[in-house]
Design a protein around this ligand. Sequence first.
Ligand code: GDP
Length: 456
Amino acid sequence: MVLADLGARLHGALNQFSKSSSIDDAAIDALLKELCAALLESDVNVKLVAQLRAKVKAKKSLEEAEKASGREVNKKNVVQKLVALVDPGTEPYKPVKGKVNVLMAVGIQGAGKTTTCTKLAVHYQRRGFRTCLVCADTFRAGAFDQLKQNATKAKIPFYGSYTETDPVAIASLGVEKFRKERFDVIIVDTSGRHKQESELFEEMVSISNAVKPDMTIMVLDASIGQAAEGQSRAFKDSADFGAIIVTKLDGHAKGGGAISAVAATKTPIIFLGTGEHLNDLEKFTPQPFISKLLGMGDIQGLMEHMQDMAMADPDRQKNLAKKLEQGKFSIRDWREQLSNIMGMGSLSKIASMIPGMPQGMMEGGEDEAAAKLKRMIFITDAMRTDELDSDGLIFFSFDKAGNPTGLNKRARRVAQGSGTSVREVEELLAQARMMAGMARQAGGKNGWMSAMQKMQ
Ligand code: GDP
């Protein structure tokens, strides 16, 4: 089951649970049954699934004893356990600016090392690191050409050789050259083999001894599912590594299995590869990952994308950054972000970061995502100036004590005017409010941009 399907099923099960008339044992059992079936189909290890089930049940009786409010507590509990399933509970190395950081990629041939190295280089370069690539893969014919082509496209300096056949020599020379030039991030791509062979491990150790990486990253193909646990343990026994990138999560049925299997080895997953293009690399953090999978969005990830855009087009975003720095964010600002997103490509991926847009809904791909985003823009088009410039509270009625009692007439007018539903207007207002909340949190004295930079 591809991740989007898994997300849609988990989301569906939780929704069903929310709608059930009572939250007795039968409703909780039905929820658990559906969750477990979805996880097993995604190749998550049976033992891990059984543990999740037991933990949800144990916590449930505890909550009952405390007479906590049933439905929300149970849902939160399930989400927490899903997060724990993919959380290795360890922190990876974080490259530091102003220092030379050497990163080395290892893995089986075809796992996606070369592609991932360039994606990583692009990621760090966008965040202001001076980044370069070294191709020490002398085993696979064409590896250097591939890296050269990708690096040239992304305008990233690279080093490699058509004549030198010793990968240790190339790696040493390349890293030495770039060290002297004071690059911040040097990424070394190494050879793979068809399977885990002793020669591969020996070569990895020799290169590692020669270039002394700050972080060795194992690149792992998601299609092997729960076998990822065995593969990463075998690599770890021979050549220790500090982080993992799981690739090909865009199309493979066993993605959930691979991620949870890796998490079980307590090695931090730092990124997920989600396509063949250079931008198809997503930062992995357990909580936002599950949140996005369940259609609850990933506001932090969205903010990061907005920061990327700010780097690509500083003028357009300068105003926004200033507003966010002051902790302000209006519906008009949200509209501007939505239209920027429309121009960014890979809509379905970005759209899934917006709360209320389950991945499953994006199965229709780009067209469906574009249609949904367009409807959101239509909603803002039907708003009046004062409404657009507001924080959204203008759409609510309040009781005497100042508590919101529900949406007012404005919301219905906007829904009618835009050919959408009140529910959709409400969703958009909630999104704008969440963005404003995030802006307020990240704003303050250090400013939005520096807060974003700290998140890297
Ligand atoms: P290497 O042998 O480990 O260096 O692997 P490559 O980087 O050459 O990748 C092998 C194949 O996997 C290539 O066709 C890549 O385009 C493809 N690939 C790499 N990462 C991803 C990904 O995240 N998603 C998809 N769909 N394909 C990928």
